[in-house]
Design a protein around this ligand. Structure first.
Ligand code: SF4
Length: 225
């Protein structure tokens, strides 16, 4: 299968510096500089200037999601290189590794990272009802620090699209040990379960609607069979 090109969107006047970070850190094939104007033009080999409206325009959103466009525009107007839909991973030493690498210890998908020289914003688009879940934000921060070694501060958050609401937490590099301390015991439990082929049931609010295990195997499931 053909590998899609690595592309970043970038906004702001300090294009030179952000461009260097984005291109080097991420081995990009193309860079798109987002600006509030209306004309698309080239800034050099593999660098295009794209109107902001076009970067998040209605043509790329299905009709039912066009209502989310204003809040998406607000997020996308934040200054920095925009890196979308990335699969990232860390190894057991909490260093960045390839998503499918054999040493991948924790994997995650980052919906949107807005990267600046020393800081980053990592956002998760949510279409459901707002609810508290700081674990995912913490994991996103840990992964962002691993993938971008120059970043000192990460703001992670949820964009509650249907509620026009954004919630964020802030982490610094000093928080990295605390972040991974949260996840190490959970991974250990999974490793033990795999080693011993023992899978204790863990009922949660997701069981009845989302678990593919049939009722015949687990009383908490909502799936017939
Ligand atoms: S329904 Fe699925 S997720 Fe819930 S406890 Fe049973 S097996 Fe686990």
């Amino acid at each position: 299968m053909k590998t899609p090109p690595r592309v970043a969107l970038l906004r702001g006047v300090n294009v030179g510096k952000a461009k260097r970070i984005a291109m080097a850190d991420l081995k990009l094939d193309e860079l798109r500089v987002v600006y509030p104007g209306t004309r698309r033009y080239s800034l050099g080999p593999k660098i295009d200037v794209v109107p902001l409206q076009q970067a998040v325009n209605g043509r790329t959103l299905p009709d039912k999601h066009k209502v989310y466009q204003p809040i998406m525009m607000k997020v996308m107007a934040t200054e920095g290189a925009k890196l979308a839909e990335r699969n990232v991973a860390v190894n057991a030493s909490f260093q960045s590794t390839d998503y499918w690498a054999p040493d991948a210890w924790a994997r995650g998908k980052l919906d949107l990272t807005i990267l600046r020289e020393k800081s980053a914003v990592t956002m998760d688009w949510k279409t459901g009802k707002p609810k508290a879940d700081s674990d995912q934000l913490m994991l996103a921060a840990g992964l962002t620090f691993a993938v971008h070694p120059a970043v000192e501060k990460v703001r992670t958050g949820y964009v509650w699209l249907a509620y026009d609401k954004i919630e964020t937490d802030v982490y610094t590099r000093a928080d990295i040990p605390f972040i991974w301390q949260e996840f190490v015991p959970r991974v250990k439990r999974m490793e033990d379960a795999l080693a011993n082929d023992k899978w204790p049931k863990k009922p949660s609010g997701l069981c009845s609607k989302w678990c593919p295990v049939p009722k015949s195997l687990c009383q908490y499931s909502g799936k017939e069979g």
